[in-house]
Design a protein around this ligand. Structure first.
Ligand SMILES: C[S@@+](CC[C@H](N)C(=O)[O-])C[C@H]1O[C@@H](n2cnc3c(N)ncnc32)[C@H](O)[C@@H]1O
Length: 209
């Protein structure tokens, strides 16, 4: 853990470094870029995805799409710890400088693309193995667009979909739909790094079979 004037400015868990809001480099970016749509920080469900891959593994060079990536920590973890080839997607391009800062300090490369969930086409999705998303299903309208995106992703050949969430009703609706329609599973998880975090993962398909 690193500190500035006694204040914690950086944490590390699952091998990934994360700069907190008070870190001088984050503060500098916040003066220049103004994320909207909850992309102003990293969200804790990312740790659930890291914990999942830490336990279950991810084949090297898997092609991973991180949707609603925000600061992109889940995708950065996949690139850093599993040598995945990662593309991070968000509707708000103002978050990309924060993502690139974290890619840099973690020593990985992540491609970015500005696109809304509803704007991702079959051609965009084709060629990816895994679709991940953390804390992205927080409005009714997002439940609807994520249903469509995930169905399109599965039709495009994506083998594994993992969506993590603290357990909002909007996420539960999405998860229950895919349990019924696509044999998805809802995994209740608690992780203990970097602190105790509880939540759920919707898992559809598998990449290790
Ligand atoms: C709560 S944040 C989560 C960010 C990141 N996944 C994390 O765990 O730190 C939600 C993210 O979804 C993005 N977002 C919201 N609506 C979106 C949409 N319709 N299409 C793509 N991204 C969207 C926001 O810009 C924001 O970066």
């Amino acid at each position: 853990m690193s500190q500035t004037k006694g204040q914690k400015v950086q944490i590390r868990a699952y091998g990934v470094k994360v700069l907190l809001s008070h870190h001088p480099r984050v503060r500098r970016l916040k003066r220049l870029h103004f994320p909207s749509g909850h992309g102003n920080k990293f969200w804790t469900s990312s740790w659930l995805l890291m914990d999942f891959f830490n336990r279950k593994g991810l084949p090297a060079r898997s092609r991973v799409m991180d949707v609603g990536c925000g600061w992109g920590l889940a995708g950065i973890y996949c690139a850093k710890k599993h040598d995945a080839v990662v593309t991070a997607i968000d509707t708000d391009s103002e978050i990309f400088p924060f993502l690139q800062l974290h890619a840099e300090i973690n020593g990985v490369q992540v491609a970015t693309m500005k696109r809304a969930f509803g704007g991702l086409t079959h051609a965009d999705l084709e060629g990816f193995d895994v679709l991940i998303g953390a804390d992205i299903c927080f409005w009714e309208t997002l439940t609807y667009s994520l249903k469509r995106l995930i169905n399109r992703a599965l039709r495009s050949g994506i083998k594994l979909v993992l969506i993590a969430d603290p357990g909002r009703s909007t996420f539960d609706e999405l998860a229950e739909y895919f349990v019924e329609k696509q044999g998805g599973k809802i995994l209740n998880r608690t992780v203990h790094r970097p602190r105790r975090i509880r939540g759920r993962i919707l898992k559809i398909g598998s990449i290790n079979d």
